[in-house]
Design a protein around this ligand. Structure first.
Ligand code: AMP
Ligand code: MG
Length: 334
């Protein structure tokens, strides 16, 4: 039985008790909902992989609530890491460090590194504080499905498989954290997110993207340094296509190729005379609704989704990255 509860204090206390007893609790963060377990308890962490059906070589992020908690989990905190932590924590940024011996191998999928984040969400931080342990937490969805941005999404996927879901409303950002490798002095972005390339560039002009992020196709030849990025992700039931090019041509293509089970994801100010049109908002800030709309399409029997190409600046690049994966790499250039 999974208990769905509000985020009031007495529920957070019983959630911490579940974590300390090796159980699983889904909780809100500012990015997406996380599926949490005691990050230093190997058996508890294994339950996360089972509940999600997650491949065991896809490592997990450890969530902490104070910067001082990084030190025991790592063997080196270099000056780049320090500056990033001071600037962007608490927030939607995960840093990859060389790991210390107290981090169980099951967390890091066999790598010698560990990913750590200090989230901003108050419920998340209070839960970590009460649990007195780093909480391992991937997104609280079934592996391969769109990430959950509401408690109801978690319930749909994991009811009966986990102990508790804490409902903290909709996630503010709605896309997973930016993952940055700080094992070298030049930061490398492994996954784009709410902390953007432009944000980091202001501090470190030598920041770069991991190679696979800038490819326009899905390929097996470049091995991503963030193992999770190689799996098909965020897939809706229907087929998603990204449309790029001259807007009149894109509008014409969509009108000619739609039927009653087609959805269109557009941005504010670009309209379509079709029954199932959803605006993501602005291209830059449109990330918040994306996963929610994918799930909405699934529950309404949508078989085809046409999505306009986001502007790849700022958070728009993170939105593009998730859209590209949800589309299985299908871009129609017009
Ligand atoms: P999720 O928890 O579902 O948001 O996925 C966590 C992401 O962080 C995945 O893309 C992982 O590959 C990445 N990640 C976690 N730990 C590491 C690590 N030690 N090195 C590189 N990437 C990592
Ligand atoms: Mg995930």
């Amino acid at each position: 039985m999974t208990r769905l509860v509000t985020s009031e204090m007495k529920n957070l206390a019983s959630a911490a008790e579940i974590i300390n007893n090796g159980g699983l609790v889904a909780f809100p963060t500012e990015t997406v909902y996380g599926l949490g377990a005691d990050g230093l308890n190997e058996n508890a962490v294994k339950k996360i992989y089972e509940a999600k059906g997650r491949p065991s070589d896809n490592p997990l992020i450890l969530h902490i609530q104070d910067i001082s908690e990084v030190e025991p989990l790592t063997i080196e905190i270099n000056s780049t890491a320090k500056k990033l932590m001071d600037t962007f924590w608490p927030g939607p940024m995960t840093l990859v460090f060389k790991k210390s011996a107290i981090v169980p191998p099951v967390i890091s999928g066999g790598l010698d590194t560990v990913a750590i984040r200090l989230p901003e969400n108050k419920v998340a931080r209070e839960l970590i504080r009460l649990s007195k342990t780093p909480i391992a937490a991937p997104s609280a969805n079934t592996s391969g499905k769109p990430s959950p941005t509401k408690a109801s999404h978690v319930f749909e996927d994991l009811n009966g498989r986990i102990d508790m879901i804490i409902d903290g409303g909709s996630c503010d950002i709605g896309l997973e954290s930016t993952v940055i490798d700080v094992t070298t002095l030049s930061p490398v972005i492994l996954r784009p997110g709410g902390v953007t390339f432009e944000d980091i560039y202001k501090l470190f002009p030598d920041v770069s993207y991991d190679k696979h992020l800038t490819l326009d196709t899905i390929t097996d030849t470049v091995k991503p340094r963030s193992p999770g990025m190689k799996y098909k992700h965020y897939a809706p039931e229907g087929e998603l296509f990204i449309l790029e090019g001259n807007i009149e041509k894109v509008q014409k293509y969509i009108l000619e190729n739609s039927d009653e089970n087609t959805a269109v994801f557009t941005f504010d100010g670009i309209d379509f005379d079709l029954p199932y049109v959803r605006s993501l908002g602005t291209s830059i800030s449109g990330s918040k609704l994306f996963f929610d709309l994918l799930r909405e399409c699934d529950s309404n029997g949508i078989t085809k989704i046409f999505a306009l190409m986001p502007d790849k600046k700022g958070v728009g690049f993170a939105l593009y990255n998730r859209m590209f994966k949800a589309a299985g790499g299908r871009i129609i250039k017009l």
